[in-house]
Design a protein around this ligand. Structure first.
Ligand code: ADP
Ligand code: MG
Length: 497
């Protein structure tokens, strides 16, 4: 039945296709998969055929081609394996995480995914079963069907192929067991470990035992981590990601390393700003399951970082925000209520709103020439290209991502790689206006508030003149005093759909 064994090797780059071949590609794909005659292939005990289109895996009904038993979007598949014992030894299990349907699952916070599995029994045809597993694994790894077909396999039956499995990926997983509501370990056991296992991803696990454990382990690694791992997955809050980013950049060649090695944030802390911002870009809900899904199926996306030099002369690499005034006070001084999750922020917000504290100081920014400049009190333009704003300040919030937490849409319209700081400045405000401001933050409405002035800059200096105060850098306290910040455009890599 087969002319010859055909080897499909994904590591070879695709030969250029002729125009004619390109034009008829669509039919060729379907023929690739329709040609097989698999009387012995069963789905739920009933004879079926298996087809692959450019976007779907189709378990077809041989008796009624128009109504297949199942259609699975290939973009939802995370894993495929052969399981089976005894007579049923060639059962292909395909695990997919489609978006859940229904009004309560696709709400404003993004789309939720649910796990589903299907089993196809290839009875005695081990070769076809294995080929299917490997083809689907290539697709999970990012190979698209056109390039599969471009390898010269058009029109061949899957039974006649010899498809090599792609190499397994290896992730470094770092779990902070004390982040947020102390759910790190549970998130690892319930979502991360099983999903990565289903996806065939090899894992090296580090459960942190103290602050800076993640950072130190990364700095002390003998081998270049980007040679061993395809991603670092952090389970916890932004604090653990902060350690990983700062650990990576402290290594020799750290800047290159941050570009090569993607960082994944699985939300498990009080502040999950990076996870939310990344998942928001691809309309995914900010849940551990969706985050792991995106880690498995995602492609690389650049993320801006910034270099923040604090008054003690130390430099930090930041990815979310630097806050001073209201937001910093709320974020940092509510730490003792961290067991409440993000609710702590609302409780603290009420307290600080009633207190309404003004700070004095100076903010100097190198503004983007093309961006509109809002009108501010005490604002002067210097000859050095920097614009200076003098106090009073109720808050200054310089951010690089769209969200600072799951329910904090701090920077509406901010893209992870736009190469700028978006700085929200509030100089004065009544308490009533503060209520308005704080209530609007979860939806990002605060940017429309007339008292909130939004600037776009690539560098800034913050010089506090009030003795007591706090700076929150990505949710962590940093020394209070003269601080400079510079954008590092596209300096890191995350994964997104
Ligand atoms: P949260 O969002 O709740 O603050 P994070 O993951 O951001 O959670 O972590 C908060 C802090 O906990 C970070 O500054 C990190 O350095 C620290 N940390 C990490 N692991 C541990 C540990 N095992 N024990 C104590 N602190 C830790
Ligand atoms: Mg934190």
């Amino acid at each position: 039945m087969c002319e010859s064994d055909v080897h499909l090797c994904m590591s070879i780059s695709s030969p250029l296709m002729s125009e004619e071949a390109r034009g008829s590609r669509q039919e060729l794909y379907s023929s690739l998969l329709n040609k097989q005659d698999l009387a012995n292939t069963k789905y739920g005990g009933v004879a079926c055929n298996v087809r692959l289109s450019t976007t779907q895996l189709i378990i077809g009904n041989p008796k009624n081609a128009d109504y297949p038993f199942v259609r699975i979007n290939t973009c939802d598949i995370i894993g495929v394996s052969i399981r089976g014992t005894g007579a049923k030894k060639n059962v292909l299990e395909v695990i997919h995480y489609p978006l859940a349907r229904g009004c309560c699952t696709s709400h404003k916070h993004g789309n939720v995914r649910t796990r589903k599995a299907i089993a196809i029994d290839f009875t005695d045809d081990a070769r076809t079963c294995e080929n299917w597993r490997n083809i689907i694994r290539h697709i999970i790894g990012g190979v698209t069907l056109p390039s599969l077909a471009e390898e010269g396999q058009m029109g061949a039956s899957v039974a006649d192929l010899r498809v090599e499995a792609p190499p397994s990926r290896h992730f470094l997983v770092i779990v902070n067991p004390v982040g947020g509501k102390r759910q790190g370990r549970q998130i690892w056991h319930k979502f991360v470990e099983p999903m990565l296992k289903e996806a065939g991803i090899v894992v090296t696990l580090l459960v942190t035992e103290r602050a800076n454990h993640a950072r130190d382990s990364i700095v002390e690694m003998q081998a270049d981590p980007s040679l061993t791992y395809q991603a670092v997955l952090c389970v916890g809050g932004d604090g653990i990601v902060f350690e990983v980013v700062n650990g990576l950049i402290s290594r020799p060649g750290g800047e290159d390393l941050l570009q090569r090695l993607p960082i994944v944030h699985v939300p498990g802390g009080t502040g999950n700003g990076l996870a939310k911002s990344v998942l928001f870009t691809c309309h995914e809900a900010c849940t551990p399951r969706n985050a792991v899904f995106v880690a498995i199926r995602g492609r690389r996306q650049a993320l801006d970082l910034s270099r923040i030099t604090t008054s003690d002369g130390n430099s930090h690499i930041s990815f979310l925000f630097l806050a001073w005034g209201l937001i910093a006070d709320v974020d940092i001084l509510s730490e003792s209520m961290r067991y409440l999750g993000e609710t702590r922020l609302y409780i603290a917000a009420v307290y600080f709103m009633l207190r309404r504290r003004y700070y004095s100081g100076r903010l100097r920014m190198k503004l983007l020439p093309e961006a509109p400049v809002p009108d501010c009190m005490n604002m002067t333009e210097g000859p050095d290209g920097f614009t200076t704003i003098e106090s009073p300040f109720l808050m200054i919030w310089a951010m690089q991502t769209s969200h600072s937490g799951i329910t904090i849409h701090s920077g509406p319209g901010v893209r992870p790689d736009d190469g700028v700081f978006t700085v929200a400045v509030v100089q004065t405000m009544t308490r009533l206006q503060m209520v308005d401001l704080l209530l609007g933050i979860d939806e990002g409405h605060h940017f429309k508030h007339p008292k909130v002035k939004v600037f776009k800059c690539t560098e800034y200096t913050l010089e506090p003149l009030t003795d007591k105060g706090l700076f929150s850098l990505d949710g962590e306290v940093v020394p209070y005093g003269l601080t400079t910040a510079k954008v590092l455009p596209s300096a890191a890599t995350v994964l997104t759909l």
